[in-house]
Design a protein around this ligand. Structure first.
Ligand code: C2E
Ligand code: CA
Ligand code: CA
Length: 497
């Protein structure tokens, strides 16, 4: 028979109390657990919010650069695993600073925000973008190069729509560089390579896109090295002048010699001016070289005069030199020091520089005219001269560009242009020199047109000063004998208009 438990039984009471205590304890634990869980959750939420705020750019709301970096890292790892390329697009807003200046900094931030929204709208999910600072953005696209190019085109079109601001409209363009991983760079340098491609676009005037080009990058590196060496080349006396005669078309006497600079590079050997003069002009190194060329050419002319050789000396003057403060004073000083009559010194200035309508260029021309030096317009036919501007210049000579001379006999067009230049120059009382004469046919045609002077390999290549003297005196070819009398006789200076 089962035992009957009475409610008054102390055992029963003890069991009841302990059960109740256990329930209460459990309830308490549960409540505590819930509270701590809620607290943990809200802490997590806060942390998440905080970290997401840390991962977003305050102005544009795009990923921060460090977040972008880790996304790029992940994307590169995925690419390594699945063999699918990824691309980085580096975007820079052209002339952003002037927009900032025009509309104010706050409006500038508004522009960045609006552009970021437009960028975001074009990105596929999972393709992050970041503002790297200032007005530069980087975008990541898990797709091949052709898709990145299509995206770049869309971005250019989308960002070109004016941004409406309270104080007006901001019209902006951008430059985009693209580099694809793994073909065009490693994980470490892919962004830098996209930036290099962007800079190429910038150099070409912006508003476009380009992909990374290893050859161009190598070229830039080589130019940087060459520029570094170029900066010390004058002091190290690494330059040398070669001279090429100009010949009177009828008497075949030497009328002048043109000084052409060469660079004896310690490692590369002889470097031609086409390789280093543009670099020197772009980076402001031309002044030192240009001054040395004038000094050396005048010193040589003085030495030749000492031997009885009185032809004019011609020096190529770059636009940068012409606009440089103190250029005329330096030239005047050298002419005086070497006792070179100004009319025996020719400044060869290219047509494109001569036609520059800037105050500095015009003032330099006026002062050259006042100094009485002989002025020659070089590479004529390649620029956009007007008769009015030609008349205004204090020039005495015009050199037909050698491209037209090379095409004589091949192209009727070239023949017509050369003929027109000769007639026009004569109408303006200018002498005409044809450069780059290589064949007898070219010579005969130019003489037939009434060209005054000729210069080119047919007569002589540019040569060292001592070789020029020897060449003329030694008479290596029969025809050269005819130049001889001119070497030691006065060359008539051309009339100055
Ligand atoms: P440029 O003033 O038009 O000089 C003529 C160039 O044509 C020279 O090249 C000369 O060697 C070359 N040449 C002469 N005759 C012939 C020919 O019959 N056939 C062919 N194919 N070429 C011929 P170079 O010496 O390499 O000079 C190139 C350019 O570099 C010059 O063109 C000039 O613009 C610039 N340059 C040279 N020396 C100086 C300098 O001292 N200062 C500055 N600013 N520029 C210079
Ligand atoms: Ca020249
Ligand atoms: Ca020329």
């Amino acid at each position: 028979m089962p035992a009957i438990v009475k409610f008054s039984d102390p055992i029963f009471i003890a069991a009841l109390v302990s059960t109740a205590l256990a329930v209460v304890a459990l309830l308490g634990c549960w409540l505590l657990w819930r509270r701590s869980r809620t607290a943990m959750r809200s802490h997590e939420q806060l942390t998440r919010q905080l970290s997401s705020a840390q991962n977003l750019d305050a102005i544009t709301g795009l990923s921060t650069p460090s977040k972008f970096d880790s996304e790029l890292e992940d994307a590169a790892l995925r690419s390594d695993a699945n063999g699918q390329p990824i691309c980085v697009l580096y975007l820079d807003i052209d002339h952003f600073r002037s927009a900032n200046d025009a509309f104010g900094r706050a409006a500038g931030d508004g522009v960045l925000k609006e552009l970021a929204t437009r960028i975001n709208a074009l990105l596929k999910p999972g393709c992050p973008a970041t503002r790297l600072g200032g007005n530069e953005f980087a975008l990541l696209l898990a797709a091949p190069l052709k898709d990145a190019q299509a995206l770049a085109s869309q971005l250019l079109a989308r960002l070109a729509t004016p941004v409406v601001l309270p104080s007006g409209e901001a019209r902006l363009t951008c430059s985009i560089g693209i580099a694809s991983y793994p073909a065009q760079g490693s994980r470490r340098n892919i962004v830098e390579r996209a930036a290099a491609a962007m800079r190429t676009v910038k150099l070409q005037g912006g508003d476009g896109f380009a992909e990374f080009d290893q050859q161009a990058a190598d070229g830039r590196r080589e130019s940087a090295r060459l520029l570094h060496d170029l900066r010390c080349a004058v002091e190290r006396r690494e330059f040398e002048l070669f001279y090429q005669p100009k010949i009177d078309a009828t008497s075949l006497q030497i009328t002048a010699v043109e000084a052409l600079v060469r660079w004896r590079h310690p490692k590369l050997g002889m470097v031609g001016p086409d390789r280093f003069i543009p670099l020197a002009e772009r980076y402001g190194v031309i002044q030192g070289i240009g001054c040395w060329v004038i000094e050396e050419a005048c010193r040589q002319a003085q030495a030749w005069r000492g031997q009885g050789l009185r032809m004019r000396i011609a020096v190529n003057i770059s636009g940068h030199q012409l606009r440089q403060d103190g250029f005329i004073e330096h030239l005047e000083g050298v002419l005086q020091a070497t006792q070179t009559p100004p009319s025996r010194f020719t400044c060869e200035i290219t047509e494109s520089i001569a036609m520059e309508d800037t105050a500095a260029t015009m003032a330099a021309f006026d002062r050259l005219g006042a100094l009485g030096v002989h002025v020659s317009i070089d590479d004529f036919g390649t620029g956009h001269s007007s008769l009015a501007s030609l008349r205004r210049l204090p020039a005495q000579e015009l050199k037909i560009d050698r491209a037209f001379v090379a095409d004589l006999g091949v192209s009727e067009h070239a023949h017509f242009i050369a003929n027109t230049i000769v007639n026009m120059a004569h109408a303006l009382n200018l002498k005409v020199v044809a450069e780059g004469v290589e064949t007898r046919e070219q010579r005969d045609m130019l003489v037939g047109m009434g060209c005054d002077e000729l210069q080119g390999y047919l007569f002589a290549k540019p040569m060292r000063a001592e070789d020029l003297s020897l060449w003329a005196a030694r008479d290596p070819r029969g025809a050269v004998a005819q130049f001889r009398p001119s070497l030691y006789s006065e060359t008539e200076p051309h009339q100055i208009i």
